[in-house]
Each structure stands twice: as C-alpha cells, then as structure tokens.
Design a protein around this ligand. Structure first.
Ligand SMILES: NC(=O)c1ccc[n+]([C@@H]2O[C@H](COP(=O)([O-])OP(=O)(O)OC[C@H]3O[C@@H](n4cnc5c(N)ncnc54)[C@H](O)[C@@H]3O)[C@@H](O)[C@H]2O)c1
Length: 284
C-alpha cells in the first residue's frame, strides 16, 4: 500500500541525529523529507527506524561533522533529494566528553564547514539553525578578536592567536569559545553566503537540557551543574522538546524577519550569572 504520493517534498537536513536533533525532526519535519547525518551508524539506523515507524520520510548519510569533504557530500545529498529549505546543525561534543582540540574541531570548525556547505545549496526562503550553547555567553571574547573571527574563513579559525592561546587551555574554555564563535558564524553567514541565497540563519543557545550528552556532564561535574540549575529563574533543566518548539519557530514563516542572531533558551541561568548569583568555575 502506498501512503504518501508526494514526490516533491522539501528537504530538512539534520546534522547530528542525537536527542535534540531527533526532537526537532519530530516537531517540524512532517510532510518533508528528512536527511539525517551522523558519525554513528547505529544512531542513524535507530533514529531513522523510529522516525519511519512514526510516518516520516527519512534518508540517512553517514557524515563526519569534522571532515569538510564529508559535510560537502552530506549537503550534496540533501540537494539531490529536493529543495533544501531547512538545515539544523546539532552535531557536537560537550566539555567532559572531549579534549579542547576535539571540541574546537567539531563544535567550531566543523560547524563552519557545515554553514559554508549549506550556504551553497539552501533554497530561497529557507532557514537554518546552529545549535550553540549558553556557554557561548559565559566568556567575553574581546571585540577586536570577534571582528577578526568574523573576517576569517573557516579554514583559518584555528590559526587565530586568541583561539590558539586562550581556547586550548581546557575543554570548558574551548567549549565556551566554540559556542560563542557559533553565534558569530550565524551572523557572518546571514550577511554573506546565506544572504546570497535569500535564506535565513540563526543560532540557538540552550541551557542545561537533559540528553545523554548532559548526563555525561552531570556524571563529571554534577554539583556545579546543580548549583547552576538552582541559580536560574526556572530552577529546573530543560527538555529537547522545548528546544524543538523554539527551533520550529525560528525555522518557520513567523520568523521570516529574524536572521543573523542568537536565541538564548536557558531558564535564566545566564541572567543569574551576570547578576553575580552564580560563579562559574572555568578551571576545568
Ligand atoms: N544537552 C545539553 O544540555 C546541551 C546544552 C547546550 C548545547 N548543547 C549542544 O546541543 C547539541 C546537541 O546535543 P545533544 O544534547 O542533543 O547531544 P547528543 O549527544 O544527543 O547529540 C549529539 C550528536 O552528535 C553526533 N556527533 C558527534 N560527533 C559527530 C561527528 N564528528 N560527526 C557527526 N555527528 C557527530 C553524535 O553521534 C550525536 O548523535 C550539541 O552541539 C551540544 O553541544 C547541548
């Protein structure tokens, strides 16, 4: 029996088929073709099966989000499936999962490769989201360095002296820098390559969202996280479904005037840090 005769579906490409990525797909991708990319074959198989059994149209492409050629292939595959109207980059690793080098290559340079590659295939009227983090608000990069980052192509990011000298100190700082650079990557693309394709791009900065990645963080630094959660106005963790709601807004037509910016979704944690109610420990 054929359930679905629409062969001209718009494409939504999702790099990183983890917890948040899957929630976004379930919230937003009905009636569209989902292209899932992830480095983990088992994740791709499990997530695509779950989505297919829920009625979604799903394709997969094993992709290494740290490898420029692999990401380009992912973008080419997306374009071969139809008009690429939506792109979400959720591939990432957290501080307690990885070395500073790995975090910068995946969360910063890899994100840059993805934004660049999709800047060549997005359909007019399309929209993309980079999943950054509240960590992008935890460290102030000097203004002149931010200008340098904005002016530097993806390949050159790791050569910027500030990145080499400051970001490699430890995984926590590397994560903060990478996630702040994500905000700048959305800003840069919104004014250049994505603008040229008449597509929008923004970043979102989630706070503590309970996913397997967050459990790794809790296992390594649970007390610090608990104090951080207690300090926020919401006094709780967030869920991937709440992130998916925000993404559905930013990807959808009601956000048609929003591009090049970041949406902080953190239950008030950053506000409490800026008001001195919670002290960050940046020594890890
Ligand atoms: N969970 C949180 O509290 C939280 C908070 C703020 C930001 N974030 C960010 O949200 C994003 C998604 O995180 P999540 O919590 O859904 O985690 P997750 O672990 O469920 O998902 C991450 C996915 O990225 C994939 N991935 C890792 N390395 C990859 C690579 N080289 N190539 C392709 N795929 C790769 C993993 O296989 C996994 O499926 C990450 O960028 C993370 O930094 C998470």
């Amino acid at each position: 029996m054929i359930f679905d005769r629409n062969e001209n579906k718009e494409v939504i490409a999702l790099l990183g088929a983890g917890n948040m990525g899957t929630a976004v797909a379930r919230r937003f991708a009905a009636g569209r073709t989902i292209l899932l990319g992830d480095i983990n074959e088992k994740t791709l198989a499990n997530v695509s099966e779950g989505l297919r059994f829920s009625g979604y149209t799903v394709e997969t492409c094993r992709t290494d989000a740290m490898d420029k050629e692999s990401i380009k292939e992912f973008a080419r595959k997306a374009a071969s499936l139809g008009a690429v109207k939506h792109f979400i980059d959720t591939a990432g690793a957290s501080p307690n999962q990885s070395s500073p080098e790995h975090i910068l290559k995946l969360d910063m340079v890899g994100t840059g490769y993805a934004v660049d590659a999709f800047g060549e295939v997005m359909a007019a009227g399309g929209a993309g989201i980079i999943v950054s983090s509240q960590a992008g608000y935890m460290l102030r990069i000097p203004e002149d360095v931010e200008q340098q980052i904005l002016a530097t192509p993806t390949e050159g990011l790791l050569d910027i002296p500030y990145i080499r000298e400051t970001a490699l100190v430890n995984s926590g700082v590397a994560y903060m820098v990478a996630k702040r650079v994500n905000h700048l990557q959305a800003m840069r693309a919104a004014a250049t390559s994505w603008k040229g394709r008449r597509a929008r791009i923004n970043s979102i900065s989630p706070g503590v969202i309970v996913t397997p990645l967050a459990y790794d963080e809790f296992a390594a630094a649970g007390e610090g996280y608990q104090r951080m959660i207690d300090a926020g106005a919401a006094m709780r963790t967030g869920s991937s479904d709440e992130i998916a709601d925000a993404c559905a807004f930013l990807l959808g037509e009601h956000a048609g005037f929003i591009t090049g910016t970041d949406l902080l979704i953190d239950g008030g944690t950053i506000a409490s840090i800026r008001m001195g109610q919670y002290q960050l420990d940046s020594s890890r």
